[in-house]
Design a protein around this ligand. Structure first.
Ligand code: S3P
Length: 230
């Protein structure tokens, strides 16, 4: 497996959020070297979109990792829809198991208990079934969870600049780690501390403030490359 740095992919910063071209694009004929919308020739010379190649070869869950506000859940849902796979959010799983929000778990039981729950949820989800999983920002920092995910899934780091994370996370007051102190400072520190761990993901996608649809396209392209090298 290659480390993230070797599979960098910048997603564009277009503001068009539409994904609706997928269906017609995948039936267009492939023309020589010309690439159209990321289309690739399959073994019969037909035109085939990266998502079809990915679906054909995928045998493990796809796991999105990265800091709060990187877009893991939003991008994860769209990616799952494009690949026709189930989507799971680890925070939601922990919250429904506990009957409490993440913030309430942090307040009432402390971060260590939340991390235990997170580790158990991630382990349960590694049952071999193909799906898209969005993890909470701290899940991949736990060495055991990271090892498990890197061994049993394809891990994708959504790497967004701190300013973007600050702007996005400011929209909701649900994140316990950002409720005290200056959120920008906290996110900056977390970005520095966690970068080496996130960099162990199989694929790194550099994202900005652009459309989530473009991030999904970038992921599909990198997944296709990753799976063809396995
Ligand atoms: C956390 C990120 C949150 C949530 C919890 C802790 C973290 O998830 O798991 O508040 O340690 O970075 P998101 O990354 O989905 O916001």
């Amino acid at each position: 497996m290659r480390a993230a740095g070797q599979e960098d992919q910048r997603s564009g910063n277009n503001d068009n959020e539409d994904d609706e071209n997928d269906d017609c694009a995948r039936h267009r004929p492939f023309q020589g070297e010309q690439r159209n919308g990321g289309l690739l020739p399959d073994h019969r010379g037909r035109c085939i979109a990266p998502m079809e190649k990915v679906r054909e070869r995928l045998d493990r869950p796809i796991v999105l990792v990265g800091l709060m506000g990187a877009g893991k859940s939003t991008v994860g849902k769209r990616l799952a829809a494009r690949l026709d796979l189930p989507f799971v959010d680890t925070d939601t799983e922990i919250e429904s198991a506990a009957g409490l929000t993440a913030a309430e778990i942090f307040e009432q039981y402390g971060e260590a208990d939340f991390r235990d729950g997170e580790r158990r949820v991630v382990a349960r989800l590694m049952n071999g079934e193909c799906k898209v999983i969005a993890t909470g920002g701290g899940a991949f920092i736990d060495p055991r969870t990271r090892e498990l995910l890197n061994n049993q899934a394809i891990t994708i780091w959504l790497d967004a600049p701190v300013d973007v994370l600050v702007e996005r996370t400011a929209r909701r007051d649900t994140r316990p780690l950002l409720r005290h102190g200056d959120p920008k400072e906290t996110l900056k520190q977390l970005a520095e501390q966690r970068r080496p761990a996130y960099a162990e993901a199989h694929i790194r996608i550099v994202t900005g403030n652009g459309a989530h649809g473009n991030v999904v396209d970038a992921i599909l392209e990198q997944l296709e490359k990753h799976l063809s090298l396995d």
